[in-house]
Design a binder for this molecule. Structure first.
Ligand SMILES: [Fe+2]
Length: 354
């Protein structure tokens, strides 16, 4: 399968991954033949890319760090928590803890797996999917940093709840289709204080978790908000969540821009080490991301184009590639692959956005 934009997906191509809404309801099931009507509807929902089966490579299966079922469950738990806060209640800490435990159990099993999949979600459900993803990405980083179960649980809870304060900001701003005005931006920034206030009063949620919500927009160089904390003044968990938050935000479609590709986001994070992000934490974070995920179409320095078949965790920039087009743009017939771990003079020069 491969990820293609809904602008470029051809009608009649077959959906390779089910698309869900924030309540876990199926919007379009795996195996569905895309029609012009479906593609238009997906674009209206703000979904700009989908996974499709293609004629070249049908046998690629991508292992995800967390199963689809758990991801849906976690997204739902997050949605329930935010709706409860909106209604004047507090999040149910038991359910939140269960969701975090489920993710920890799964990532402990899939330790060697890199993050390959882009989560496809509609704009309307952006916040819930974002919280779930930030939780998964933060936990992978915590694991790479050698955290024990206790620390992972606290980090995961802080990550899952980092944006709960958004429940106190009006929906039309949170889900706005436009770039914020200065006033809207000031209001949205308040979500960190709202989150702290909500969580510090929630039963069975530690004060550290409340501080993660308060501090996740602080930046390592002191240029963040709300208090301009810097370096070690920022809680380590909040420094982890800050990287995961930015990674996920840039990797998903927003109304005003398309998602960036993984290698582009990795590059941005690499360039922000020591300024926005704690360099040691950002380094551990990047080690979990496949810059050229399985299924992406890459341009090679040899002039050939191909699809990524597999990636080694210890050398993520040297994938195993099945060749699709030669250096004159002619289709490559038969099964020809190049393993960049062996062909050391060839490298990936670009990822082709489809
Ligand atoms: Fe936030």
């Amino acid at each position: 399968m491969r990820l293609v934009s809904t602008d470029h997906a051809k009608p009649h191509s077959c959906l390779a991954k089910t698309i869900y809404d924030g309540s876990g309801r199926i919007l379009l099931a795996k195996g569905t033949q895309l029609t012009q009507h479906y593609l238009k509807r997906l674009q209206e929902l703000g979904i700009s890319s989908v996974y499709v089966e293609d004629g070249f490579v049908t046998s690629i299966e991508i292992d995800d760090v967390v199963s689809e079922q758990t991801r849906i469950q976690v997204v739902q738990t997050t949605k329930e928590a935010l709706l409860k806060i909106k209604a004047g209640g507090s999040p149910e800490s038991r359910k939140i803890r269960q969701a975090v435990d489920d993710i920890i159990d799964e990532i402990l099993v899939s330790k060697e797996t890199l993050v390959h999949l882009t989560d496809i979600r509609s704009m309307r459900d952006h916040t819930f999917g974002h919280c779930a993803n930030v939780c998964i990405l933060s936990l992978l980083t915590g694991l790479a940093m050698g955290y024990d179960q206790l620390k992972l649980k606290e980090l995961g809870t802080g990550a899952l709840l980092h944006d709960v304060g958004k429940a106190m900001v009006s929906d039309h701003i949170v889900n706005s289709n436009k770039i914020f005005t200065a006033d809207e931006y000031r209001l949205i920034q308040k979500h960190v204080e709202f989150g702290f206030e909500i969580l510090r009063k929630t039963d069975n949620i530690s004060i550290v978790v409340a501080h993660v919500a308060w501090q996740h927009h602080e930046r390592y160089n002191g240029h963040g908000y709300p208090r301009k904390l810097a370096g070690a003044e920022i809680l380590e968990f909040a420094r982890v969540v800050a990287v995961a938050d930015v990674y996920d935000a840039l990797s998903t479609d927003r109304p005003y821009r398309d998602r960036l590709l993984p290698h582009e986001v990795v590059e941005i994070i690499r360039n922000s080490m020591g300024s926005d992000f704690d360099p040691d934490i950002a380094k551990e974070f990047i080690r979990n991301i496949a810059p050229f995920p399985v299924g992406s179409i890459v341009q090679l320095s040899s002039g050939f184009k191909g699809v990524v078949l597999s990636v080694r965790r210890d050398f993520p920039t040297r994938p195993h590639v099945r060749l699709l087009y030669d250096n004159k743009g002619q289709p490559v017939t038969g099964e020809h692959t190049v393993d960049l771990m062996k062909e050391l003079t060839v490298f990936v020069t670009n990822v082709i956005r489809e």
